[in-house]
Write a protein that binds this ligand. Structure first.
Ligand SMILES: [Zn+2]
Length: 465
């Protein structure tokens, strides 16, 4: 159904999880335009006004994928064969990066974001560093690649926070010396932080950092490997000027910590803190290999930690200290990062399952905490605090999971959230509403006809010799 601004809409959820409240049955949900106007549990189907849409199954707020590199989706499967490390995976990833152009990136990202919508994702945080043409030359519009991602999200029906990443050098060697850019990395760099800021401003955000009704500007320091500390300041200043979320990869690998200590005498978390990059508007992605002091720094500053457990497992990164970070004060959010799979329910349960494997104890995180990471906290860390809840005034996102699937048959109302978080799958998502608009109905994407076909067509030219 096309969205008519201001037109009232109503849904009746058989079961719904209302963050901070719990699971309720018979929830009448009303919206006008992009926002919810009323939420009333305990309404019998027969008491709903005419035109109310029935949502059988279990309804959640929209899921936020807080950390995405859309083009990594092309590597799924291709990087699963044989041995290797994070660093050998990275070389393969650069091969794909080297082939993308604005039109092919638009086609790929549109298909990837459509896959996300089918999985219940209503907002994506795209950590974007593939800025320039082959060899590093700027496009006629230096933000052509970023604009392709914003357009891709529009075509797939999602909201996007474009986390425009500053990426200036190839890395840090084990002795702490800087490594120059090589190969595809030349496409990532603006030369220095000031030129990064000048290009990012060319995206044209308004004073609130908005790039369109569905798009918001964010910024990123790729990592302490890719950005020297003196070049982090322009990124931090840009974040303050526009109220923009600031994200960074943090301590994904022990080698990053060792190189950072050799170069600067401090951990990556301490270095980012010294640059003013920590705080409630900041999100540190992975946060896998942290010291006790690092955890206190992140928690004490209310910095968000974004875990990407399927990618962290896929890349043999390790298991991050999720419970310790949460206890220290860091909200948790979730991302599918390299898109080894796109399934936020899997990301959520793997936070708890990782804790169990690492600690030998069960139940560090309740299902509601994991669902909060996938919804409320995820949207907030992308700069959309008005999303991620089913409540009056919130952006009207709904994700309905079928309970009559082989995975979820037998679900009981009292433990429905536990069933969905610990056994549910992206394949169980049936209906998705984003900002008041139907995007997925009956498991079918309404804006992208053939999502697998779109993925096939976009990925094939990027692989092979
Ligand atoms: Zn990443």
């Amino acid at each position: 159904m096309p969205l008519t601004p201001g037109a009232p809409r109503r849904w009746h959820a058989e079961l719904a999880w209302l963050p901070g409240r719990g699971v309720y049955s018979g929830v009448l949900i009303e919206a006008s335009g992009r926002h919810f106007t009323a939420v009333t549990p305990g309404v019998a189907p027969g008491d709903c006004p005419p035109g109310t849409v029935a949502l059988p199954g279990f309804t959640l707020p929209g899921l936020a994928n807080a950390h995405s590199h859309a083009f990594h989706r092309a590597l799924r499967g291709a990087v699963q064969a044989g041995p290797g490390t994070f660093w050998t995976w990275r070389e393969r990833m650069y091969q794909v990066a080297g082939r993308l152009r604005p039109d092919s990136y638009l086609a790929l990202a549109r298909a990837v974001y459509a896959e996300m919508a089918l999985a219940g994702v209503t907002c994506v945080g795209e950590f974007h560093y593939l800025h320039h043409d082959a060899g590093g030359a700027r496009y006629a519009d230096p933000n052509q690649m970023g604009r392709a991602l914003i357009e891709a999200a529009a075509q797939a029906g999602l909201r996007i926070t474009l986390l425009d990443a500053c990426y200036l050098r190839g890395g840090l060697a084990a002795d702490g010396s800087a490594v120059g850019l090589s190969g595809a990395q030349a496409r990532f760099s603006d030369g220095d932080g000031a030129r990064w800021a000048e290009r990012a401003s060319g995206l044209g955000p308004d004073e609130h950092g908005m790039l369109g009704p569905h798009a918001r500007a964010g910024v990123a320091i790729h990592s302490v490997r890719a950005v020297p500390p003196d070049q982090m300041r322009p990124v931090v200043a840009w974040s303050h000027a526009f109220g923009a979320p600031l994200h960074a990869h943090l301590s994904e690998q022990p080698a990053e910590n060792q190189a950072c200590l050799a170069a600067y005498g401090v951990t990556p978390a301490r270095l980012l803190d010294q640059a003013g990059a920590l705080g409630p508007r900041s999100t540190m992605v992975h946060a896998t290999h942290l010291t006790g002091d690092d955890i206190a720094l992140l928690g004490g500053s209310r910095t968000v930690a974004c875990f990407c457990p399927t990618t962290e497992a896929d890349l043999a990164d390790g298991i991050g200290p999720a419970r310790a970070l949460a206890d220290a004060g860091s909200p948790l959010s979730l991302g599918s990062d390299s898109h080894a799979v796109i399934d936020l329910l899997a990301e959520a349960r793997l936070v708890e399952l990782g804790e169990r494997l690492a600690s030998g104890r069960r139940g560090s995180f309740r299902a509601a905490e994991l669902a909060t990471a996938a919804t409320v906290a995820g949207h907030a860390c992308l700069g959309w605090p008005e999303a991620g809840e089913i409540a009056p005034g919130a952006l009207a996102d709904l994700v309905t999971v079928a309970l009559d699937t082989p995975r979820l048959a037998g679900t009981q109302a009292a433990s429905a959230l536990e069933s969905v978080i610990f056994a549910g799958s992206a394949a169980d998502v049936r209906n998705v509403v984003i900002s008041g608009r139907d995007v997925v109905a009956g498991g079918r994407h309404l804006l992208v006809d053939d999502v697998p076909g779109a993925l096939d067509a976009a990925i094939a030219p990027l692989l092979g010799p």
